[in-house]
Design a protein around this ligand. Structure first.
Ligand code: SF4
Ligand code: MG
Length: 320
């Protein structure tokens, strides 16, 4: 299968303004030299603690944020500098599902109009055919037909996320960036929404960049997983390799934090010391070294690069 998306050496830095002249005095390196690709129809899980740069990566790919350096190739075309009409064209193909269905929908807008909006922005359609299309979308995401005339505030969290999904699907996108789409929902509803996303993926041949803050949510969804820490990808591999033989000490800690359902097994949770350092002032050497249980002398001196340790399994750590 071909790559739908290829991200090469992507950097997204935010300027830090200081002094009363508001001069740039430094940068927050939110995304610092990130590279990965996603094949057509595949789901890449992007995992890391809050503030690690995963949402910024997603928003940069969506062209909601400007990159500082690097390339975003979509179907082979570099989209990092697109403007105007050509950017509009790309917007049809890349859509987003947001974390918070309460915040991302206008509660006073009728659901029919919420889902119609992206279609009307791009296509001329009769009201009747537009309505048919929207009702069909509502049906596909598991909402009743009469949802069309209701308001977003009349729905539960899970149903609102379904409205958000219908809206994201309206233009038949190729790539969907789903930024923690279930983390604001009750646990009981989460798996329903995840299952729906999987069904829709098959039906619409969707490719997902699926962002999450822990490894349990992405397990079900992903084909491959990338783990981010302080703006860097520290490990990327097939899902099975990540869960069965995590190589990076940070990934190992994240895996150990997944609750074990079997009460007879004792958990070997690795507790990391300290907090994530500020991306405005990242540590020298390996960004993880102040917290790493296996840090060695060289870890504070030189930054490890992503290296392939096995076919398709890359790790940035001096242990390998
Ligand atoms: Fe730990 Fe060193 Fe590997 Fe960084 S490079 S993860 S500090 S062992
Ligand atoms: Mg986020």
């Amino acid at each position: 299968k071909e790559n739908l998306l290829e991200v090469k050496n992507l950097k997204t830095y935010y300027p830090i303004k200081g002094g009363f002249l508001r001069k740039t005095v430094g940068h927050v390196k939110a995304v610092d030299n990130v590279s990965f690709s996603i094949k057509n129809g595949e789901t890449l899980g992007l995992v890391g603690e809050s503030g690690c740069g995963k949402s910024t990566t997603g928003r940069t790919i969506l062209r909601l944020l400007d990159s500082t350096e690097g390339q975003i190739l979509f179907k082979g075309q570099d989209i990092t500098k697109l403007q105007g009409k050509s950017l509009r064209e790309i917007r049809k193909d890349i859509q987003m599902i947001f974390q918070d269905p309460y915040a991302s929908l206008n509660p006073m807008q009728m659901v029919g109009s919420v889902v119609s909006e992206p279609i009307m922005n791009f296509q001329k359609k009769s009201l009747a055919s537009l309505k048919n299309e929207v009702i069909e979308l509502l049906r596909k995401v598991g909402l009743p037909e009469d949802a069309y005339y209701k308001y977003a505030h009349e729905f539960s969290g899970g149903q609102r996320q379904r409205i958000g999904i219908a809206r994201a699907l309206a233009l038949r996108p190729k790539l969907i960036v789903a930024d923690e789409p279930v983390s604001a929902l009750d646990v009981s509803v989460q798996s329903q929404v995840l299952n729906l996303l999987k069904e829709l993926q098959d039906e619409f041949n969707l490719t997902f960049l699926f962002i999450a803050h822990d490894l349990s949510v992405v397990k079900h969804m992903s084909d491959r997983i990338a783990v981010m820490y302080l703006g860097n990808i520290v490990e990327i591999a097939e899902k099975e390799s990540i869960y069965e033989e995590p190589k990076h000490p940070y990934t190992q800690a994240l895996i150990s934090a997944i609750p074990i359902p079997d009460p007879r097994k004792k958990s070997n949770r690795i507790i990391l010391k300290g907090d994530v350092p500020s991306p405005a002032n990242p540590p020298q050497g390996c960004p993880f070294h102040p917290r790493c249980p296996q840090a060695m002398a060289e870890c504070s001196l030189s930054k490890p690069l992503l290296k392939e340790v096995k076919s398709g399994h890359r790790v940035a750590c001096h242990l390998y």
